[in-house]
Design a protein around this ligand. Structure first.
Ligand SMILES: Nc1nc2c(c(=O)[nH]1)N[C@H]1C(S)=C(S)[C@@H](COP(=O)(O)O)O[C@H]1N2
Ligand SMILES: [Mo]
Length: 197
């Protein structure tokens, strides 16, 4: 069980709602395509690209990595924000320890079931509030919200928070992901309203 709770710094702002956002108590499910049914006995988490040695973890291996809790807010580019989320999962920094990332690597592509991807700079990826979540508000993720593993990147719009993650690939060049190639901003800072490109 995780004990430490990392507070995403945006939750400590005086005004916690970014410009143009409205609060919701609901949790809408949004994604391209249909919800994949993932069999955890076949699921793997692959660390690839510019690393010393590619790694492939089974579900059991992934679930035995150290876990942390992160308290953060969700800001969807379509205008809703959902505050006070408690996530539990594997910190992005654990991936750094597992992977031996090569110095040429500057970006990461996060891969999901069905070919969905999203891109981040290593600086954004390795912020201490970024994690591969397996639980939300103490409950296992539901299939529509990304079971078994989803990324959460609290400081950027929620489209960067890939559901149904299958691995990460480190790259030297920035490769726009799925939404980033379909009109969304490449970065997505909600405080700067980096919504569309
Ligand atoms: N695999 C995958 N992850 C995804 C998406 C997607 O289409 N596929 N959409 C993103 C978008 S646009 C949003 S707003 C959030 C929504 O997450 P939720 O359904 O848990 O609210 O998931 C993000 N992660
Ligand atoms: Mo979205």
């Amino acid at each position: 069980m995780a004990e430490e709770v990392i507070k995403s710094p945006d939750t400590e702002r005086q005004e916690r709602v970014p410009p143009g956002q409205k609060l919701t108590g609901q949790w809408p499910a949004l994604h391209y395509g249909s919800v994949p049914g993932i069999d955890t006995s076949r699921w793997t988490f692959t660390i690839s690209g510019l690393v010393e040695k590619e790694r492939k973890l089974s579900y059991k291996e992934f679930m035995s990595l150290p876990m942390v809790k992160v308290f953060s807010d969700i800001h969807c580019v379509t205008g809703w924000s959902k505050m006070d989320n408690l996530w539990e999962g594997v910190s992005a920094s654990v991936i750094r320890e597992l992977a031996s990332i090569l110095p040429e690597a500057k970006f990461v592509t996060v891969h999901s079931e069905g070919g969905f991807t999203t891109n981040l700079t290593l600086d954004d990826f390795f912020q201490p509030d970024v994690l591969f979540a397996v639980k939300h508000n103490n409950q296992p993720l539901t299939p529509e919200h990304g079971y078994p593993v989803r990324l959460t990147v609290p400081r950027l719009y929620f489209w960067k928070s890939a559901k149904w993650v299958t691995g990460v690939e480190f790259t030297a060049e920035d490769r726009p992901g799925f939404w980033e190639s379909h009109g969304y901003h490449n970065h997505g800072d909600p405080w700067k309203e980096e919504r569309y490109s």
